[in-house]
Design a protein around this ligand. Structure first.
Ligand code: 5GP
Ligand code: MN
Length: 355
């Protein structure tokens, strides 16, 4: 059974907004992933079914393996068309902010969102939301924002409106934010929701194939290169590191999204509990950091302390201004600092006996 995840009190104000507002914009974070795009498109579909105008506006384009998602052709990308995107945000009565906790995560869209006269609601599962919205529904323990959206629609009493398209979007977010149900998915409610989505005719297996068996030939070859040549296990530790430069990505004709999931690969090695992927961005002088950990190892603390980033305990990230070489040095110095830690959750990375 589904618990009352959101109380009537928490959704009551949005219910009132639904009475007077006609024009909704839905925004999510930069480098969109399955959860940000899935939850945004689910929300847009729902609002459209309720007779509202609803547009999804994203800071930059989602990776190609999400192109099949229902509603994708109508998504407006701020980076490609800032005028249209800001126009939508300016005109909106309500802006729904999904899957991010601080306004900086929408990058160049931040001022258009902040200074829009629209009422704003945040639905998110990242720790420590900042107070930039009128309604804040934050649940850091949730698997995904998509799961929260399911609870939100049910709390509004809209179960009957959830159709196959909405369910496919929600399923995508729940699948991708849990690494296809391999982490953050032990709550029995999680699979109860999945079963309810399947009642709406979602083909989970087909969604899995569309997301995870949708690589280009180059991407598969690049992953071979990365594992053979680029993965490093730091001596005396359970820490793995992969770096990738722009020139290497060009050599393999890398497209957006082609490096997705690389950070997870070293965790397939028995005993590895912390994995980092450092990728040189095409914007000069920026390195994107992705971190993944197993169990109690707090990757998000590493992200915030050494890379001004954040995220969840087992999946986090940040950005570094400087060269890839310097970023690697900062990372390795950070690991050396962690070697001195008294924290049990960190010490396990340097304990040869524990698994
Ligand atoms: P990914 O490695 O998939 O890019 O990001 C994993 C998670 O880390 C995201 O869902 C987000 O919570 C967090 N994250 C990634 N990059 C950043 C960043 O630059 N700043 C913050 N605060 N969080 C990030
Ligand atoms: Mn998410």
């Amino acid at each position: 059974m589904l618990s009352n995840y959101f109380s009537e009190e928490e959704v009551a104000e949005f219910r009132v907004w639904m009475d007077w507002a006609d024009d909704f914009a839905i925004v999510s974070h930069v480098s969109p992933d399955g959860d940000s795009v899935g939850s945004s498109l689910a929300m847009a579909s729902f609002l459209q079914l309720k007779g509202k105008k609803a547009r999804v506006v994203l800071p930059d384009a989602p990776p190609s393996f999400l192109e099949w998602l229902p509603g994708m052709p109508d998504v407006v990308i701020f980076e490609d068309d800032p005028e249209t995107a800001s126009g939508i945000l300016q005109k909106a009565d309500v802006i729904c902010c999904l899957d991010f906790n601080v306004i900086g995560r929408v990058k160049d869209m931040a001022s258009s969102v902040l200074y829009s006269k629209a009422k704003k609601i945040l639905i998110d599962h990242h720790l420590g939301p900042s107070q930039f919205c009128d309604i804040i529904l934050s649940r850091p323990n949730a698997s995904s924002t998509s799961e929260l959206l399911f609870h939100f629609l049910c709390a509004l009493g809209e179960w009957n409106v959830i159709n196959r398209q909405i369910s496919e979007c929600i399923c995508t977010g729940m699948m991708t934010d849990t690494g296809a149900f391999t982490y953050n998915s032990n709550d029995p409610q999680f699979f109860f929701i999945m079963s309810k989505l399947m009642e709406k005719d979602v083909d989970k297996d087909s969604i899995y194939r569309r997301i995870y068996h949708n690589f280009s030939e180059q991407r598969l070859r690049l992953s071979g290169y990365v594992l053979t040549e680029k993965m490093e296990i730091l001596p005396g530790s359970r820490v793995a590191l992969i770096t990738l430069s722009q020139s290497e990505m060009k050599r393999f004709c890398c497209r957006k999204g082609d490096t997705e999931g690389f950070v997870n690969m070293p965790l397939q090695i028995s005993g590895i509990l912390f994995s980092a992927f450092l990728k040189e961005e095409s914007t000069r002088g920026i390195v994107k950091i992705s971190l993944r950990s197993v169990g109690s190892v707090p990757s998000n603390l590493f992200a915030s302390k050494f890379f001004n980033g954040g995220g969840h305990r087992n999946a986090s990230g940040g950005e570094f201004e400087g060269t890839l070489q310097r970023c690697v040095r900062v990372f390795k110095n950070g690991i050396d600092e962690w070697r001195k830690s008294d924290d049990e959750a960190i010490r396990i990375l340097f304990d040869p006996d524990k698994k």
